[in-house]
Design a protein. Structure first.
Length: 212
């Protein structure tokens, strides 16, 4: 009988609009793979066929009631976890995910007024015991992030929210990191992409026990 693969590790990237999560997820996954690790890069909302369908609904429609919007995110998240994340981790694959449950707490919680209790209940229902092994929080002043997002084009309805909304989201991510320092590492996303990647790799090595 062959030995069972050691479980993979689950790394999530969080942060406000334009903070560079997608760029970092691509570079971090490539760097880990170059180091010999099996890696899957994915995103939320999305990452599975049903979840991608819900993504189009979330980003294309609205405004939603905050609880309804959070429920849509967690419906997509449940599909993502069941179809993509959990099977990969069980097979020994490292998963690098652009956004996860912390984004719902920041956006629908701090941004739109969803209660923390409702968020926790949705987490328990959709995720069970699954939580990230490491969360990299990319911190960037909202005005800089929005400038980047506008230059990128194809602005979604979250990016069209006002500065107060984005300030609340940023504060929420920093609060999450402050309350869970063992899981979260804050990275200054105002630096060049290469420096952000080096910081992310250092945090991944230090927190998850990788060799340099």
């Amino acid at each position: 009988m062959s030995a069972r693969a050691a479980p993979g590790r689950f790394v999530t990237l969080e942060g406000g609009e334009g903070s560079g999560k997608t760029t970092l997820s691509r570079a971090l996954a490539a760097a880990l793979a170059a180091g010999g690790l099996p890696v899957l890069r994915t995103r939320e909302p999305g990452g599975a066929p049903g979840a991608e369908a819900v993504r189009r609904l979330i980003l294309g429609e609205g405004p939603w009631d905050p609880t309804a919007e959070a429920m849509l995110h967690f419906a997509a998240r449940r599909e993502h976890v069941v179809r993509t994340v959990a099977p990969a981790l069980a097979a020994g694959i490292w998963v690098v995910c652009d956004r996860f449950a912390d984004s719902t707490l920041a956006y629908q919680g701090a941004g739109q007024g969803l209660s923390h209790d409702v968020w926790e209940r949705l987490c328990d229902l959709a995720l069970g015991a699954l939580r990230p092994d490491l969360t990299l929080v990319l911190d960037l002043p909202p005005e800089r992030g929005m400038g980047r997002a506008l230059l990128r084009g194809d602005v979604n309805r979250y990016e069209m929210q006002g500065p107060d909304f984005h300030a609340r989201v940023r504060a929420a991510f920093l609060d999450i990191a402050g309350r869970e320092p063992g899981r979260c590492a804050v990275i200054d996303a105002a630096r060049p992409a290469e420096a952000v990647l080096l910081a992310a790799l250092a945090a991944t090595r230090d927190r998850l026990g990788l060799a340099p």
